[in-house]
Design a protein around this ligand. Sequence first.
Ligand code: ADP
Length: 363
Amino acid sequence: RYLAGLNQKIDDHEKVTIQGELGTGIFVNAASVIMRLGVATTILVGASLILSGQIDFMLLFLFLLVITRVYAPFDQSLALIAELFVSQVSADRMNEIYNTPTAEGVERFQPKGHDIVFDHVGFAYDKKKVLDGVNFTAREGEVTALVGPSGSGKSTCARLAARLWDVTEGTIRVGGLDISTVDPEALLTDYSMVFQDVVLFDDTVMENIRLGKRGATDEEVRAAAEAANCGEFIRRLPQGYDTPIGENGAKLSGGERQRISIARALLKNAPIVLLDEATASLDVENETKVQGALSRLLAGKTVLVIAHRMRTVAGADHIVVLENGHVAEQGTPAELMERGGLYRRMVELQSESARWKLNGTEA
Ligand code: ADP
């Protein structure tokens, strides 16, 4: 899938380059042809003038000498113009980078508590608005679950909560502070993120977990790994904690990778946890282990989870149901079941498909 995207980009680039080359090529060559035509015209006209006896050969020769002298620099400047076109494109790109505003803010981040408040939040990636008038509060010590159909804006909400982008409308406050006024690095010291695409480095298991907290001791790393249920699989690796794990953890299973990222988060022990549940790569045994590790990580924190599992959703303190970038409904699981809206329909659909699967295995 990623390779397909890359191929597409390479094709696009090829097209743009060919178009650019053609454009400047045609212009430069046309100009130089016109200049050559000038020389040819001089010869033709000169020759006919000599024939009619109006000028002599020496005069024509002088003319030709002069115009070839005059044209030489023109030819050179044409080549330079072609280069200028190319540099203009590069300069435009550099300007675009320089003109992109960097996220800035005060370096001190001392919020009062860690409630996350979305206050009439609107957001658009380019022109397309993907969130509109989103209001909800994720309280400290509670699990707030974001649910809704794919593309409804769950991940966007999670990214905005960590100021990976700035909101287009409204504000997001953490502990009463508008996060768009806080330096992103200072802000993120209070966040742990356990997302689907865990980034692992081609280093040892130990160093990969230590990323959670700069300067953590080996003991601290081991304690976090044990708490995240990593200990058992790490001991099975050939060199234990000192085993290199390959490019992006190629030698580990999905569940193991996820537990490493949970170990990182445990080590960091930040008051806010953003979590994107990924179930696809987990078998039942792994899922139980990840679940155990998570409950240790989440205790007492402000937890915002993009929920895929009904079990997580049903155990959440507060549920925000998103639909097309709007909050369709929110409340406790019991309240939403009572209400009989989108949430209830989703629960019923899920349990139906679960029953269907059960029947399938029995048959
Ligand atoms: P969900 O997590 O509920 O599946 P997302 O927040 O990922 O939804 O996406 C919401 C909408 O924003 C979708 O229409 C998606 O196509 C669009 N979107 C998501 N990420 C980007 C991006 N980086 N650039 C442009 N559009 C995006």
